[in-house]
Each structure stands twice: as C-alpha cells, then as structure tokens.
Design a protein around this ligand. Sequence first.
Ligand SMILES: C[S@@+](CC[C@H](N)C(=O)[O-])C[C@H]1O[C@@H](n2cnc3c(N)ncnc32)[C@H](O)[C@@H]1O
Length: 416
Amino acid sequence: MTGLAQSLTAGELTTKLQAIWPEFIEVVISQPRRNASTSTAESLRKVTGRPVVLKDGRRIQLTLQFEKRQTHENVLPQDAPIRCLSLLQQDFEHLHLFTKQSDIAVRRQRDGSYHWRQSRPTKVGTATELQVAHNRSKKYLIPENEPCAFLTEIGVMNREGQVLAAKQNKFRQINRFLELVNDVLPHLPRDREIQVVDFGSGKSYLTFALHHLLTRIHGRRARIRGVDLKADVIQNCSRIASDLQCEGLSFHHGDIAEFKDASQVDLMVSLHACDTATDAALAQAVHWCTPVILAVPCCQHEVAANLKPDAVLDTLTEHGILKERFAALATDALRVKILEICGYQTQIVEFIDLEHTPKNLLIRAVRRTADIGTISCQELLQSYADFKRLLGIQKPALERYLSDILLKQNAEVSRE
Ligand SMILES: C[S@@+](CC[C@H](N)C(=O)[O-])C[C@H]1O[C@@H](n2cnc3c(N)ncnc32)[C@H](O)[C@@H]1O
C-alpha cells in the first residue's frame, strides 16, 4: 500500500472519501490557499475533525481555527466527507485523513484535480476513545453544546451552546466550582429556600453558575446575594440577573465586613476575595453559624509582611517567590485552624488545575453538629498558638475578627 498515488477528479475524490469514511479516526485540513474564497471576513487557518458521541448520536466534530478564535461544527458522519471536501475546495491546499486502514494525503493540483496518496496507518482509533470523549462531555454539570443563557450572556458560550476557545478555562472552572457545591448539597436545607451569600462576587460568573445549579439543575428555591465593593460591577450584574429573570438572585454594593442584610445563611461563598477580605467573609459566616463555607483565598499578603526573621524559616523565605507562597499557605493553615476551633470540620481541596491559576485552593468548612469537647479544643488552640509562634505572627486578621468567640473558647478551656 505504501506510496499508492493517483490523480482524481473532484467527483472521484468524493466517492473515495465516502468509501473510506467508516474507518475514520481524524482529519486535518491545512495550508490555507492564497485568495481563498472563505465565506467569513476572517481567514481560516486550519480545520481538524474527530469523532464524538453527543446526546443526539455520533457526529464528526470539526474545529475551524481562525486567526483569533475557533468554532465547532458537529456534522453527521455521512455528511462529513462532503463538508470536508467543500472546505478543501474553498480554502485549503491539503487534506490529511487518518483511518484505521490507512493514512491519506490529498493535495489540490493546479489543473483542479487532486493528488491522492495512501500510506500505512499511523493512528489507532477505538470505540473506547469515542466513549471517553462522550464521558468527558457528560461529566460536566453544565454540558458543552447545550445552550445555557447565563453562559451566553457572560460571553463563555455562543447561542448554539459552543464554548468559545478563549473561555475554555473559565468554562472548566465554573463546572469545577459547581461540582464542589454539589458535594455539599446534603448539608443545605431541603424544606425551605436556601440562603446564600457570595462575598466579593465581582463579575459574578460563579454567582450566576450557583443560581443555575441550585434553581435550574436541582429545582431548589434559593435566595442568593452577591456583595461587592464595586458599584459599577454590582449594577451590571443586577441588570443581567433581571434580563435573565434569575429569581432570588440580587447584588448589593458594600463592604463584606459591614454587610448586615442577612442572618440565617446556609452557604457562604467567597471566591478570590482579596487579602483579608477573605477573613472578613469567613468571620461573618462563623458569626452567623453558617453550616457550609466555601472560600478560595487570594493575595494573602498579611502573613508575608509580618513573618519574623528566623534562622530556620529564612532558608525557606529568602527567595521572594518562596516567601510569598509559603506565607499564603501558612495564612490558609491558620484560617483553617481557627475555623476548626470555632466548630467547623475543614478540608482544603484543589479548585482548578495549577496550570490555570496558582490561586487554586478552596477551603471547605462544614459546621459540626456535635461539640468537639474540651480536650480537642485545647489541642486545637495549642497547635494554633504554636504555629503562630513559629511564624512570629501576633494576631492575624481572622483572629481579630473572631476574637469574641476565640476568647470564649480560651476561657472555657482554662476553666476545665
Ligand atoms: C478577584 S475578584 C473575584 C470575583 C469572583 N468572586 C470570582 O471569583 O470570579 C475579587 C472581588 O472582591 C471584591 N472585594 C475585595 N474586597 C472586598 C470587600 N472588603 N468587600 C466587598 N468586596 C470586596 C473586589 O471588588 C473584587 O470584585
């Protein structure tokens, strides 16, 4: 088979492509023609195609790569050879088809015919690959290729449900966040409206996602309040919530520490609120006895600025980047310890792959239903104090915010 070459008319090429297509693994259409008669204003750089299994059945997913963006077309397998051929005829010089039996290279010739060269197969495609692709798209709580109004409004998806190339990371982050919320759903009330506060909601991608998960996916009643310092952002989010008729979702302008417009809050989220704003958010939730807290801290500067010079720690902190990362981890360790002292069971989980952001740790705290007892509380207070001593830290922000509760705990432990 190696080197089997022929010259074909467009009609002959269509027939041959259709005959070999059931063995399809992948197609790459490349080398844009000069003066290509592309139907869009932007020039098309490359097209790749792979088999996928969608809700409606098997499709060939074509990815059209333009200069600054990409789009997808999901084509019926029987229509794919004609579509690929028309892309080749309009815009490109080369088509490479990989099948289970052979690799095929097609090149346009000056006289309008096509040079066809068939060689040994270099790719292996299996039914498992198709299944994996299927599972990958099925796993997301908000699936790709299904229109979702809020994701369209905030520019993550187009109206057909396709995720824009530049927003793939954001799409994955939103879905990852929803998985983490899904995990704590059993701790939220079933018999009444769920009360949620999102502190430092910012542009509110995740606030809208949370509303979508609770109300649209799970059909629960929810009151969700986003709080942020930026008035223009709050105004914009309020407009979007109203346009999308997001019942129960509202946005409030103000400082986290000053927010008084809630008392019985079932879930407090605070994602990437800057520096000690996270501490203000955690303290509000602890004072409300909120059953579930989800917080992704960011820009933890307080401990870094106050680390004492120490012969042991200096080895770790003499490089700026190491100091910054160590201090951020130490800040979160202190926060988690305080939450435990205040009656929470805590976990730190990865929010999203490190390749997307270094601010990727999420503190998940669920309020204990039973008292931990004096001895355990004493141990927690002791290890908190020991760690602070090691760092040379006096009173970090969360300790200051929660001094009333911590003083009470200290007094109880000393009395026993
Ligand atoms: C990096 S953005 C995060 C937005 C959103 N939570 C997210 O994860 O995509 C941080 C937001 O926290 C807000 N913020 C910071 N300190 C705050 C405070 N003390 N009170 C209210 N909002 C605050 C900022 O205005 C900003 O919009």
